[in-house]
Write a protein that binds this ligand. Structure first.
Ligand code: 2HG
Ligand code: ZN
Length: 472
């Protein structure tokens, strides 16, 4: 069991990272104590900012020896509180932000070795500079860090085509809880040398070790693409459109995002520079993008497929972006929905996934649950329909209130039960962190949970790595 660090241990930790590698003044450490959503406010005696993997290794060796709990910290954009220390004031925060070098880009091998504290945007830019694509794409990519993307197994808007972060990893460098460094940074598509150990650290949210660098997969840079905003009558119509496009253009679909009218209205109202390019207010909207690394006349293809979908009654209206700026404006409309929801008022959030065929049923039955259990709320279910991941959120106009928050548990229980019934997951792309740790303990398959606990004991026998997260 971790215990409070004594002054001597704190001094040893500071000298392990050297001058400029630690913070302890209350004003300096404040930003590390709050999570992005403001759900948690922790305390910590020390924030460490190691400058290299050797320093991370020294820090963990000391913490393991002294039984000091460590909370790895990336860009602090997570939704489940995984990067925030608890309230005890005994946990050390380990920020990876100084590990931000690009170690190697091999264009011929389509791979990039990059350190964990680099932002996702920096990884994308490095790939682009070499005429390659690193496809993970999220609203917070300017501040989210690669280590956090890996540790939460981040998803985003291109999962349908390229997969989640786990699918984009070729190798990892990880510092284990006892300070040993696992250097498994090979950039191979085929490597069957034993168990897939690196995969354990993806989605582990810093509970098994600290990821310090990764070898990531790159792809050809798309040179042809088409983006459209489509108005549809219902999620069932959106599903018909999806099936139509899948049959017509197959794997060229990169993104297929669903939004209700209310989400579009709130975004136009609250976010400067956002407009709805469609003439009529549709009940639901789909943002679809198709792309290819070979010139295939995609705008014309998308136009003719949308026309066919219109004739078949799947869609009501559509506009295809005629410039990169117009496509970017459509993306801004979609990516600003969470911020618009924040401006609008309090919200109850559920990051869930179901098979795409069950998305309409989830929305219909979920909205019914909201009407029954949260009469003062309104459903705002939007997200990555193409991969079955919805942010089934409930908004309340105006400030938060104890009455609204008091509905949280019963609604969450009902939504997660519904998701389970539909063969889905109560945690799709935002992770478990502290927020959903109790749910995982209740909802995971008991045998799978016992395997997770056995892995935790094996890799972190003293329980110093991010205690209270994932496995409560
Ligand atoms: C998105 O898809 C993000 O925009 C955030 O995952 C979702 O705020 C949310 O609920
Ligand atoms: Zn999302």
């Amino acid at each position: 069991m971790p215990r409070p660090p004594d002054p001597g241990a704190l001094e040893r930790l500071k000298s392990a990272v050297g001058a400029g590698g630690w913070l302890e003044a209350p004003a300096d450490i404040e930003p590390f104590l709050r999570d992005f959503r403001g759900l948690y406010r922790g305390a910590s005696p020390l924030v460490l900012l190691p400058g290299g993997v050797d320093e991370v290794a020294r820090v963990l060796a000391i913490c393991n020896h002294e039984d000091i709990a460590v909370v790895p910290h990336g860009g602090n954009t997570g939704y489940c509180g995984a990067a925030t220390p608890d309230e005890s004031g005994t946990q050390i925060v380990l920020s990876l932000r100084r590990l931000n070098r690009i170690r190697r880009l091999d264009a011929a091998n389509n791979s990039l070795i990059i350190e964990a504290g680099s932002t996702l945007a920096a990884a994308q830019a490095a790939a682009r500079a070499a005429q390659r694509l690193f496809p993970l794409s999220l609203g917070s990519e300017g501040s989210a860090q690669i280590g956090g993307n890996l540790s939460t197994n981040a998803g985003g808007t291109a999962v349908l085509r390229y997969g989640m972060m786990r699918d984009l990893v070729l190798g990892l460098e990880v510092v284990l809880a006892d300070g040993r460094v696992m250097s498994r940074l090979k950039s191979l598509r085929k490597d069957n040398a034993g168990y897939d150990v690196k995969s354990l650290f993806v989605g582990a949210e810093g509970t098994l070790g600290v990821i310090t660098a990764a070898s990531l997969k790159l792809f050809p840079l798309p040179t042809d693409s088409a983006t459209a905003l489509v108005g549809v009558k219902s999620p069932r119509h959106a599903l018909r459109l999806f099936e139509h496009l899948r049959a017509a253009v197959g794997d060229l679909i990169t993104s297929f995002e669903l939004m209700p009218r209310r989400a579009v209205e709130l975004t136009v109202r609250h976010i400067a520079g956002v407009a709805n390019p469609l003439a009529d207010a549709a009940p639901w909207y789909v943002l679809v993008e198709i792309s290819s690394a070979a010139d295939q006349g995609l705008p014309a293809q998308l136009a003719s497929q949308l026309a066919a979908a219109g004739e078949a009654g799947a869609i009501d209206e559509a506009i295809i972006a005629t410039s990169l700026a117009q496509a970017a404006a459509m993306w801004k409309l979609r990516e600003s929905v969470p911020e618009a929801q924040r401006h609008h008022g309090a919200s109850l959030k559920h990051d869930v996934s179901v098979p795409i065929s069950a998305v309409p049923e989830l929305i219909e039955r979920g909205a019914e649950l909201v009407r029954r259990l949260v009469p003062e709320g309104e459903t705002l279910a939007y997200g990555h329909m193409g991969d079955g991941n919805l942010h089934f959120n409930v908004s309340r106009t105006g400030p938060d209130s104890p009455a609204f928050q008091a509905r949280r548990e019963s609604l969450q229980e009902a939504i997660f039960d519904l998701v389970g019934e539909l063969g889905g997951s109560f945690s799709a792309e935002h992770g478990i962190g502290r927020l959903k740790a109790a749910e995982l303990a209740r909802r995971a398959d008991p045998v799978e949970l016992s395997v997770m606990r056995a892995l935790k004991r094996a890799l972190d026998p003293k329980g110093i790595m991010n205690p209270g997260k994932v496995l409560a």
